[in-house]
Design a protein around this ligand. Structure first.
Ligand code: PXP
Length: 237
């Protein structure tokens, strides 16, 4: 049965709209945990547009499940992660201009730099996941870095505009998952997953965890965070 990690960045985005204290992403994380999620995900971006350093420290101290920190491989961010010590670090590509993480990490191209970051984090006892597109070459390069977890970027699948395209992207995702699992890699997935498209991904054999943010926080506006998380948990499980 796959696990559910809830990404709380969007709660912090709302807080930053007024640069105040509410809504508090830590309170949101605790509520998600009480609703039954398996981990809390947040992204400490280099520009600190939503989650900031104090949030990550507070999450580390207060949550009872696992803390999965999404982050770039920038030295400053790796230093912070090594200091705070999340349970898991998910390495993602980061561009200042993007609205959200628009694609997977190109591990084939940046293998050496990524291997360095993976090693530093693992030496500190942090599990490392690489956020990659569902492609064999990226899986193989990920394995070579020493990482034993990948998170497949489901954006292409989630954004497919026709049934045929969705089927094609799902097939790509499923084959990549089978290939990675065969190599002994733990497979997670996330990005753009919602109350319609999640169930199929959750059913992929061996899928370990789905990390979902925007759709849950959006639904929470209407039904409350606890119900939004519980509804998603039902789909995932
Ligand atoms: N996983 C990773 C690695 C991400 O970067 C994101 C987006 O922040 C998500 C999962 C969640 O994506 P969404 O907010 O679209 O559910």
């Amino acid at each position: 049965m796959p696990k559910l990690g809830v990404n709380i960045d969007h709660v912090a985005t709302l807080r930053e709209a007024r640069k105040g204290l509410a809504p508090d992403p830590i309170e949101a994380a605790l509520l998600c945990e009480r609703a039954g999620c398996d981990s809390i995900v947040c992204h400490l971006r280099e520009d600190r547009r939503h989650i900031n350093d104090s949030d990550v420290k507070a999450l580390r101290m207060k949550i009872n499940t696992r803390l999965n920190l999404e982050m770039s491989i920038a030295r400053e961010i790796v230093d912070i992660a090594c200091k705070i010590g999340p349970d898991q670090a998910t390495l993602v590509p980061e561009r200042r201009q993007e609205i959200t993480t628009e694609g997977g990490l190109d591990v084939v191209k940046y293998e050496k730099a990524i291997r360095g970051a993976v090693g530093r984090l693992q030496d500190r006892g942090i599990e490392v996941s690489l956020f990659i597109n569902p492609a064999r070459a990226q899986v193989e390069a990920s394995y070579r870095t020493g990482a034993r977890i990948v998170e497949f970027h489901t954006g292409e699948y989630a954004n497919a505009s026709t049934k045929a395209a969705s089927k094609h992207e799902f097939g790509t995702l499923k084959r990549a998952a089978e290939y990675a699992i065969g190599l002994g890699i733990q497979v997670n997935a996330g990005h753009g997953l919602d109350y319609v498209n999640t169930k199929a991904v959750a059913k992929i054999k061996g899928m370990h965890e789905l990390n979902i943010g925007h759709s849950i926080v959006s639904r929470a506006v209407f039904v409350g965070l606890s119900k939004a998380v519980k509804e998603m948990l039902e789909l995932v499980r």
